[in-house]
Design a protein around this ligand. Structure first.
Ligand code: AMP
Length: 444
């Protein structure tokens, strides 16, 4: 790729989704599809069965919900039973998916229901009788309801098995297969798993999927092992400017890239930094190509060591020797963050990325940490310590830990021991998988 060329940024509107869904995606703040969404949505929209490897944090929930909702929106409702069923291993996950689905269906008439153990059986019965289109469930309670012949999956359009590897590890294999055997044989099935190198997953795929495609993605964090990620707390933008200047003067780097969220902010940083005798360039979307090329050449050739840029301007920037990325503004979402830090630590180079975080940006940063399943290192700069020390007390709530409750591992372990025996009878029944690998992408 030519270093100055700008890649076309894929957007949700390229994915042939209904306006109602695009509005919801927009409202949720998703600016562009994640890699798994980009790969899986078009294939799922072609009504293909899919086996997808993607972790929590990759955007997999929307990757299976969006094409499913699209399918439900375009085919007229028959008002006869459930039309999409999502099976997921734990109650917490089911609740998260339920919430996600409610947000995505906000501008539609589609109804979503939740079926998990521990909740009111009768309410769930009633919900199923009302022909709720989308049901998010854990396998155990669905089976209990099936014993009472309540759910009707004979008209199911889409069956989704989320975190299939975990469902297998928790001993739900037989339950899942049992439920699948009661679903409409003509349905589409989407099987999501963190890993494909799990024999049980391949075996399950062999049983529940028809001829299918595979979408394999490396986990997001695997790609960023060579980048150290830090954050520094700041009181306000003036404080940030002091921190930025200090970092640019004291860090060791060949080239540094500073990100701002707006063209105005990027332009405003230039003057004060130059005032500190730092050679700085600016790159933003509204510059003409000639000026842009000139800036890039100066940066590439090391005439200027520091470039202040906006997200759009930095896409496709492939310049050697950028080993420091400073987020003057915390990016608006995880994807932008990945693109920004992707400018450093390329191939075998080591990189350092530092986010300057003021109190209004704390939640944004926590969201990005959750998205990446990573914790950034808190760094303080003694000479410039400010008043803001982060939120008073960081509760280990479901939200702050990426949706997992603190007690979950314990509970899960117990559950695992209790039900592991159920799957023992399957050991040794190895079958040659008839899967057809068509798509494999590596996250760079
Ligand atoms: P998931 O892997 O589905 O658990 O998603 C992890 C987090 O990423 C959730 O908080 C989602 O709301 C968020 N997310 C999903 N897709 C996108 C996207 N395209 N852009 C930004 N955030 C997203």
């Amino acid at each position: 790729m030519h270093p100055t060329s700008i890649e076309k940024t894929p957007s949700f509107s390229d994915l042939s989704l209904d306006e109602q869904l695009l509005s919801a995606v927009k409202k949720m703040g998703f600016e562009q599809p994640t890699p798994v969404q980009l790969k899986a949505i078009p294939l799922a929209l072609e009504h293909k069965d899919l086996l997808v490897s993607a972790e929590t944090g990759s955007g997999k929930t929307a990757a299976f919900l969006l094409p499913t909702l699209q399918k439900l929106l375009v085919s007229a409702s028959r008002k006869s039973g459930t039309r999409a069923l999502v099976l997921t291993p734990t109650r917490e996950l089911a609740q998260q998916i339920f919430k996600h689905c409610q947000q995505l269906t906000e501008f539609t008439d589609l109804q979503t229901g939740l079926i998990t153990g521990g909740d009111d059986f009768r309410l769930q019965q009633n919900m199923l009788r009302r022909n709720t289109e989308i049901v998010i469930a854990t396998p155990g309670r669905v089976l209990e309801l099936m014993e009472q012949e309540i759910p009707d999956f004979s008209n199911l359009d889409v069956l989704i098995l989320d975190e299939a590897d975990r469902m297998l590890d928790m001993g739900f294999s037989e339950d899942v297969l049992n439920i699948a055997s009661h679903c409409n044989a003509q349905r589409q099935t989407l099987l999501f798993s963190a890993t494909l190198t799990h024999f049980g997953v391949i075996k399950m795929a062999d049983k529940v999927l028809k001829e299918h495609d595979i979408v394999a993605l490396n986990t997001l964090h695997d790609g960023h092992r060579n980048i150290e990620q830090q954050f520094v707390l700041a009181d306000d933008n003036d404080h940030k400017l002091k921190l930025l200047t200090w970092l640019l003067k004291n860090e060791t780097y060949d080239k540094a890239l500073v990100f701002a969220n707006s063209r105005i902010q990027a332009t405003q940083l230039q003057g004060p930094l130059r005032g500190q005798k730092l050679r700085v360039g600016v790159l933003h979307g509204e510059m003409d190509q000639k000026e842009r090329n000139r800036m890039m050449t100066l940066f590439r050739e090391g005439e200027i060591k520091i470039m202040v840029a906006t997200d759009l301007a930095a896409r496709g920037l492939d310049i050697k020797g950028i080993n420091l990325v400073i987020n003057f503004d915390v990016p608006r979402n995880g994807i932008n963050y990945i693109h920004r830090i992707g400018r450093t630590g390329r191939v075998d180079e080591l990189g350092l990325t530092i986010a300057l975080v003021k109190h209004t940006e704390w939640n944004l940063m926590s969201g990005i940490e959750r998205f990446l399943k990573q914790k950034f290192k808190h760094r303080t700069i003694k000479e410039l310590e400010g008043k803001y020390k982060g939120p008073k007390k960081q509760k280990t709530s479901g939200k702050a830990t990426g949706g997992k409750l603190k007690t979950e591992p314990k509970k899960e372990a117990a559950e695992k021991v209790k039900i592991r025996d159920r799957d023992k009878k399957n050991i040794g029944k190895r079958r040659v998988p008839s899967v057809k690998p068509v798509i494999e992408t590596n996250q760079s």
